[in-house]
Design a protein around this ligand. Structure first.
Ligand SMILES: *Cc1c(COP(=O)(O)O)cnc(C)c1O
Length: 526
């Protein structure tokens, strides 16, 4: 009996968790860590240089009068600081990262190796194109794969994120309407379940946004769409599968109605992971779609790493694609940098140079290492994994749309928590103690207390089971007598419940001498 409990107490109570700190305030390998500025050492440096032979400066009156104010640490101190910080954070390399809509999948190290090859990593964006032919060839091949996988004739590679791609797509649509004397079209339609970036992008471009209603089974309401389409509508923005993790069965009819009304069909391709290799958006009548390379094609994201959101375009929109255009001729590859000649109708440009080269290399390496058949299996396994999670968890939790399978994400509502006093937020916080990143909470907005879980195809069954068992144990605690445990979680994180609204509204992003770092916030009193 005692033996059993040595390694892992099976049922620690909230009080046990509260007291789970060492005599010096750490938790085993999780050391308490001040800000690097608080580590002080202003007079120290990590390097040991001989005094300069002539210390007369050439800088004249530009010589610094005050110390620069950067902390001086030795190399081991610096390394330890950052390694300790890194251990306070969840990472895809630690455990399943179920953040729905974000497609947090494993990033193969092969991609990282390729992206670090000097011929890619050390390029300068202004060096002569004749010296960057290999990089341009890779961009050309990536473009070929993106066009082939989507069944679309053109692609603009430069947008630097999904939202940036949406902006690119809508600007191309606006340019096409203006060109056709349809500049009076001022409205963009988005479904009620749309990702926030869709209406935000439309508003940023200057469109009015109108919502398309959703049916009881989580799809676009065709009758409502037909009623709202009209001569003032410029485009619809639709995700398929949608943010409820469901395939829009009427997608072809949605495209037909949209085109019949003279509007364009913008597809939010952030969920392409669910259908890549199985469905070509071009066959569905899509006119423009961004592809989050950092989701579907596995480039690191979530910690603020760069993204890439190339936009595929239909025949009608292709002439309006932003510069630079990548072209090939007898001299090899070249770039058209100005809206002139072939690119005369380009609406402008999305960024200073040619886009996120490192992301291009990673995504292309991912495509080539999977091959066409492997990419199809990506979609199949992503859907299989999500349905496995849905099937296991629906024994305790309520799926938002119980009928039929889901696509790549399993969506639950909070009706099963009714009467327990426990909320979606409490469950998410408790998941941190179990060693997982929380699922996406309260999104999509159309589902009450939404919990959106996306395992992705890179999770083995063993890890899916570990996650499901954690969720089921939390569900049992929520419904049983252990409500207090969930209300107080997380217990094992370096910080407990923070005032997230205050942190978002009034972030303290700078440190000044004499101030202390972040003080642990007291537990929110219920
Ligand atoms: C992630 C996502 C976006 C935005 O992509 P970013 O790269 O984060 O700008 C848009 N729509 C959906 C459905 C998404 O999941």
């Amino acid at each position: 009996m005692a033996m059993q409990n040595i390694g892992r107490p099976t049922q620690p109570r909230a009080a046990d968790l509260e007291n789970h700190a060492s005599l010096t305030g750490g938790r085993g390998l999780l050391q308490d860590e001040p800000l690097i500025f608080e580590l002080g050492g202003w007079d120290k440096t990590g390097v040991d240089l001989e005094p300069a032979e002539h210390d007369a400066s050439d800088l004249g009156d530009l010589v610094r009068a005050e110390p620069i104010g950067l902390p001086g640490l030795s190399e081991p101190e610096t390394l330890r600081h950052y390694v300790r910080l890194s251990q306070k954070n969840h990472a895809i390399d630690l455990a399943l990262y179920p953040l729905g809509s974000c497609t947090m999948k494993h990033n193969p190290r092969l991609n990282e190796k390729a992206a670090r090859l000097a011929g890619f990593a050390d390029l300068h964006p202004l060096q002569p194109v004749s010296t960057a032919q290999g990089a341009l060839a890779l961009m050309d091949r990536l473009a070929h794969w993106l066009k082939t996988l989507t069944g679309m004739p053109a692609v603009a590679l430069t947008p630097k994120a999904g939202a940036h791609g949406e902006l690119c797509g809508l600007l191309a649509i606006k340019a096409a309407h203006d060109d056709a004397g349809q500049g009076h079209r001022r409205t963009v339609l988005t479904p009620t379940s749309a990702h926030g970036t869709n209406p935000a992008t439309a508003a940023f471009v200057g469109y009015q946004v109108a919502e398309i209603a959703q049916t009881a089974d989580g799809r676009i309401d065709l009758a409502d769409l037909a009623a709202k389409l009209g001569p003032e509508v410029a485009a619809i923005m639709v995700t398929n599968p949608n943010t409820c993790g469901l395939f829009e069965r009427d997608i072809v009819e949605i495209a037909r109605l949209t085109h019949a009304a003279g509007a364009y069909f913008y597809a939010d391709g952030a969920n392409f992971n669910a259908v890549v290799g199985r469905v070509k958006p071009g066959d569905l009548g899509v006119d423009a779609m961004h592809i989050n390379l950092h989701k579907t094609f596995s480039t690191p994201h979530g910690g603020g790493g760069p993204g890439a959101g190339p936009v595929v375009l239909s025949e009608a929109l292709a002439p309006f694609a932003p510069v630079p255009w990548l072209v090939s001729g007898p001299q090899g590859f070249g770039l058209i940098e100005e809206p002139a000649g072939e690119a005369a109708q380009a609406f402008g440009r999305m960024c200073a140079f040619q886009g996120q080269m490192g992301m291009f290399v990673r995504a292309y390496a991912y495509m080539r290492s999977h091959g066409a058949d492997g990419l199809r299996q990506v979609a199949e396994d992503a859907v299989l994994n999500a349905n496995y999670v849905k099937a296991r968890l629906q024994t305790a939790m309520t799926p938002a749309f119980p009928d039929g399978p889901c696509m790549h994400e399993a969506l639950f509502d909070d009706s099963w928590l009714e009467g327990t006093g426990v909320t979606t937020l409490d469950l998410a916080k408790a998941l941190i103690d179990e060693g997982f990143h929380p699922m996406t909470m309260y999104f999509p907005l159309v589902v009450h207390g939404a919990m959106l879980i996306e395992p992705t195809e890179t999770e083995p069954k063993r890890e899916l089971d570990r996650f499901c068992e954690a969720m089921l144990a939390l569900a049992k605690a929520a419904k049983g007598n252990d409500r207090e445990r969930l209300k107080g979680a997380p217990y094992l994180a370096p910080m407990r419940r923070l005032d997230e609204t205050l942190a978002a509204r009034k972030p303290r992003l700078t440190w000044r001498p004499g101030t202390t770092g972040v003080a642990p916030a007291p537990l929110a009193a219920e």
